[in-house]
Design a binder for this molecule. Structure first.
Ligand SMILES: *Cc1c(COP(=O)(O)O)cnc(C)c1O
Length: 481
């Protein structure tokens, strides 16, 4: 292909229709029946501007100009862009990665009871901060505090917007301007470069780091305590592990030290679980009740990690401390909204009957699925796919799923995946089509193959997944969703 000369470029540029001209063409007029006018107008402007840039960059050889600027090509581009603009940006996706708590994909899908609670709370008015028995103002915390106390054995509880906010509020309430003794091995970054130590410093705490990355001893804590110290903090290493030559101080020993020196102890559990994950064949994560029983004054954990509920942050522990946290002006800036609160209450209620929690909370169900059960579903999907895409090599293979979401980092859960090796193109090309399809499908790539782990795909999503796979693996054969 030849590059356009200066005069040729001018000629090509003059072939770009005016906005009104393109808008008036029958194909674009037909689009008005499908998409709102604003979206089509914006799309027309953007498509024409993009064509102009392509020409000016010398990307349009004279012989291609006619086709690229034809009404058919322009209106097809406008239809795509207008469709994207007119549709929602936040859409359901199929998570075939096998990462159960995928932070970028919204962490925990909610239980049916939580969904119903959200709908009911969103549709009309609710007794959010109204005490119906007494007929006066109430607290939004009242809907979950007793549940959290029952489930964690704490004497009081406070719920905020997320766990990072819980840490912020806790530290600001009990250690503003004071020193916090914390192990170097527990200063965690929680993703997207957010570091919990930075949150604690912004909350007014001064960090006194003790020990080394791999080893911290009780005497390290003891020696660091001074007149300015208010708090000993323990942060659960939920998203990484230090292996090899390591030493850590147990919560109970920290509590004993703190009592002797008149200090408070706080534990940020990160994920925090409300039931023993060894029931699911996983490593036992510390429960909030373990920390409370050990005598920790304040415990914080997330709502949408292993708890399997909505985004929320829990503070449980001593009543007097939580009373101060409640009155802290920051509490208002991090308060939980009514929809999350509704979902949280419904989720916590399921935990009152652990066997119901195991059955109805999606992430607990997913974590419990055996590789045999997942393999059987993969096999059925493979059978349905094979005839549609004959030149794709399809196998079922042993792999591992991940808990994700900064929980149980080294816990590899055995699974069985559907592995696809496209015959004529790279796996990454197919991956991109899946990702940009409708619904978008997120997969893993390994050794130029696409891996699909059905652990994180709900049974009702399988039909849509099959459609999306057909469309992405055999484009142009009418398999579009
Ligand atoms: C995930 C995590 C947080 C933050 O919790 P969010 O609910 O995501 O705000 C804080 N601390 C630890 C140790 C974590 O693992």
């Amino acid at each position: 292909m030849s590059e356009a000369t200066q005069p040729e470029m001018g000629t090509i540029l003059r072939k770009i229709p005016a906005v009104d001209e393109l808008l008036a063409t029958p194909r674009i007029q037909d689009l008005l029946a499908v998409h709102p006018r604003w979206a089509i107008l914006e799309a027309v402007r953007e498509v024409l501007a993009e064509r102009r840039r392509q020409i000016l960059r010398g990307e349009v050889p004279p012989e291609a100009a006619e086709r690229l600027l034809s009404p058919a090509a322009l209106s097809a581009a406008v239809a795509d862009v207008a469709g994207e603009k007119a549709g929602p940006s936040l859409v359901p996706v199929i998570n075939a990665t096998g990462v159960v708590l995928h932070t970028n994909l919204g962490r925990a899908p909610l239980a049916p009871a939580a969904l119903r609670a959200i709908e009911a709370a969103a549709r009309g008015y609710v007794n959010l901060e109204f005490d119906l028995a007494a007929g006066r103002r109430g607290s939004r915390q009242a809907h979950v505090e007793a549940l959290l106390c029952a489930l964690t054995e704490a004497e009081a509880a406070l719920v905020v917007n997320n766990n990072a906010a819980a840490v912020l509020l806790a530290i600001n309430t009990i250690a503003d301007g004071k020193e916090i003794v914390v192990s170097r091995g527990q200063l965690v970054e929680i993703g997207d470069s957010f570091r919990i130590p930075d949150v604690m410093v912004r909350a007014g705490g001064r960090l006194r780091e003790v020990g080394t990355t791999n080893r911290t001893h009780l005497h390290d804590y003891a020696e660091a305590i001074g007149p300015e110290t208010a708090l000993i903090l323990r942060v659960h290493r939920s998203n990484f592990q230090i292996l090899g030559f390591t030493a850590d101080v147990e919560t109970a020993a920290l509590v004993a030290l703190a009592k002797r020196r008149g200090l408070l102890v706080m534990e940020d559990l990160g994920s925090g679980a409300l039931l023993d994950l060894s029931l699911l064949g996983l490593r036992r994560e510390p429960l909030a009740s373990d920390a409370i029983r050990a005598g920790v004054d304040l415990v914080t954990f997330s709502g949408d990690k292993l708890l399997g509920g909505p985004q929320a942050g829990m503070l449980v522990g001593r009543r007097d401390l939580l009373e101060c946290a409640r009155r802290n002006p920051l509490a208002r800036t991090v308060r939980i909204d009514k929809l999350s609160l509704a979902a949280l209450e419904a989720t916590l209620r399921l935990y009152r009957e652990p066997e119901r929690a195991l059955l109805e909370i999606p992430i607990l169900r997913m974590l419990r699925l055996t590789s045999d059960a997942i393999g059987a579903r993969a096999l059925a999907l493979a059978g349905a796919l094979r005839s549609a895409v004959p030149d794709v090599a399809i196998t079922i293979e042993d792999e591992t799923s991940e808990v994700g979401g900064g929980a149980l980092p080294l816990q590899a859960i055995p699974t069985r995946v559907l592995a696809l090796r496209p015959g004529r193109e790279r796996a990454t090309d197919v991956e991109a089509r899946l990702r940009r399809g409708s619904p978008p499908v997120l997969v893993r790539i390994k050794e130029d193959r696409i891996l699909l782990d059905l652990r994180t795909v709900a049974a009702p999503e399988e039909a849509a997944l099959l459609q999306a796979l057909r469309a992405a693996l055999a484009p142009g054969t009418g398999g579009s969703a």
